[in-house]
Design a binder for this molecule. Structure first.
Ligand SMILES: [Mg+2]
Length: 296
């Protein structure tokens, strides 16, 4: 079966809601869609929002919600499943492809500049990476790059997009252990690709809310907490990126737990010592005991 066909099938199983910026979609579980769905909702912040199916509900209306427990949100890429290791490998292959024109360091620096310039155009993810590699190759080779080499770049991107989901060790056990908490998934990146990955992971049902966002800033988290009426004091975000998953949450008064992955994209590296208290775990399996302590 073609992967795209499989993705479409998996995606068909998710009910999708469009948020106020039209950039983030949430799969909502059927049980969340109460009577009176398909009603327009005016969001906070003055943006119009259309709820296609389901509605944003305050966390305390969630069945089984326990206000004594933290609401735990997870990042996805490199927190629940492997991702950056393949981008890293692709970087090396791309540097080799351009070896006739520049050193690996030069290629890497030029690619990074192009990626940063293109973030506001394409956002994050493999498709954006493919376009930035293509632009860099044309630029570095002064337009001499062969069509066959551009085809290789497209293959690099397809290999990332077609990679089967590989969960990090212990993820299922940790989510099992935390099933009595209200769990959220907050991931950024390409909407279609992220939804396909979430569906393929088989983990979607474990989360009360799933959010795919364009960026993870203090504004993003404040907006999401407000949208779902999650008290910031009860909110903890777990992820591999200090810059995206941890520090913005701590800055707005929540708790952030850093679980580093063995490879970090330069853009996600936080320079210097964090100004806030950050909890760092070596492995995700250390999370349930820590939360147990916090909820005592
Ligand atoms: Mg991540």
């Amino acid at each position: 079966m073609l992967r795209t066909q499989r993705c479409a099938e998996l995606l068909a199983g998710l009910v999708v809601e469009r948020d106020e910026f039209g950039a983030a979609f949430r799969p909502l579980k059927e049980q969340d869609a109460g009577p009176g769905t398909r009603t327009p909702r005016t969001s906070t912040g003055g943006h119009e929002s259309t709820v296609l199916v389901g509605s944003a509900q305050p966390v305390d209306s969630r069945p089984g919600y326990d206000r004594q427990l933290m609401i735990v949100a997870f990042d996805a890429d490199d927190t629940l499943w492997h991702n950056e290791d393949q981008f890293d490998e692709t970087h090396r292959a791309f540097e080799s492809l351009l070896a006739d024109w520049a050193t690996p360091e030069e290629v890497s620096a030029r690619l990074y500049d192009v990626e940063m310039r293109n973030l506001s155009r394409y956002g994050y993810g493999a498709k954006s990476f493919m376009l930035s590699m293509t632009e860099t190759a044309i630029d570095v080779s002064d337009g001499e790059i062969a069509g066959a080499d551009v085809a290789r770049i497209i293959e690099f991107g397809h290999a990332i997009l077609d990679r089967p989901i590989e969960l990090l060790d212990g993820v299922v056990e940790v989510l099992d252990d935390l099933a009595h908490h209200t769990l959220m998934l907050i991931t950024k990146g390409d909407l279609y690709a992220q939804h396909a990955r979430i569906a393929e992971s088989g983990l979607a049902d474990r989360f009360w809310r799933i959010e795919v966002v364009a960026e993870k800033t203090t504004e993003t988290y404040a907006r999401l907490l407000d949208l779902h009426q999650v008290p910031v004091d009860d909110f903890v975000m777990v992820g591999n990126s200090l810059r995206s998953d941890v520090l913005p949450v701590v800055e707005i008064g929540g708790r952030g737990i850093h679980v580093p992955y063995h490879v970090t994209w330069a853009h996600e590296v936080h320079e210097g010592e964090p100004e806030h208290d950050v909890h760092t775990l070596e492995h995700l399996t250390e999370l349930p005991p820590l939360l147990k302590e916090w909820n005592r």
